[in-house]
Design a binder for this molecule. Structure first.
Ligand SMILES: [Fe+2]
Length: 223
């Protein structure tokens, strides 16, 4: 993966913390995979004080509007309000592990209108002596599943590398690649870091995405 590879997700609604991570007061429960301390707002102002025309593109759903300001909008003394940027580092995601394989929702990070975001962080693998340490064969019947592989060794998959993106459309059964169940028996940890988003609606590929398609990927399950 190159330094400049980014996965950028947009949404038409707020980025929410899953309800089950919150207590009645709206605080993040202990035992959730992250806490309030893991969110970081802006720490310093980037002030740009320029009296010249500055174009701002406003994106609102499928509509774009170009607004021309007489001066740079970053000419401010501070910021306040309910909408502001924040960061969450996937490496701060505290993985939940078990004696046997835990279901995908334990990786959930955010819920957003139309999709969820999950983090597969470096973690201990299942520790029952008989555990099958990689995901079972499954069929996501209600979601399209997209994975962005950031780094590490992806124990249950072949044919991908850091920077790969896979799309498993709903209704198509998939699971560990041949040989990976036995290969995982001795493993105790995975250092993989991957981000997954599962979408409520079926995804459509752009021409650019189709151009990136690796036709060999669906065949990578054949031994
Ligand atoms: Fe899947």
């Amino acid at each position: 993966m190159k330094q400049e590879d980014y996965l950028i997700l947009e949404s038409s609604g707020p980025v929410r913390i899953p309800q089950r991570y919150l207590n009645h007061e709206g605080q993040i429960r202990m035992g959730s995979p992250y806490s309030e301390r893991d969110f970081h707002g802006p720490s310093e102002l980037l002030t740009i004080d320029k009296d010249q025309d500055v174009e701002v593109l406003v994106k609102d759903g499928p509509r774009w509007t170009r607004v021309v300001h007489a001066h740079h909008p970053f000419d401010v003394l501070g910021w306040d309000g309910f909408i502001y940027p924040f960061t969450f580092n996937a490496q701060d995601f505290e993985p939940i592990t078990g004696t046997v394989h835990q279901p995908p929702p334990i990786h959930q990070t955010f819920e957003i209108r139309g999709y969820v975001v999950c983090t597969f962080a470096p973690r201990m693998l299942d520790y029952h002596p008989e555990a099958v340490k990689i995901p079972w064969v499954h069929d996501n019947v209600e979601a399209d599943e997209v994975l962005f592989y950031v780094r590490g060794n992806f124990g249950s998959r072949k044919g991908i590398e850091a920077g790969s993106i896979t799309l498993h459309p709903r209704g198509i059964p998939h699971g560990p690649h041949p040989g990976t169940i036995m290969a995982s028996k001795e493993a105790q940890r995975t250092e993989e870091l991957a981000v997954m988003f599962d979408t409520q609606h079926t995804l459509e590929l752009t021409e650019q995405a189709v151009a990136l398609d690796d036709e060999k990927y669906p065949l990578s399950w054949l031994d």
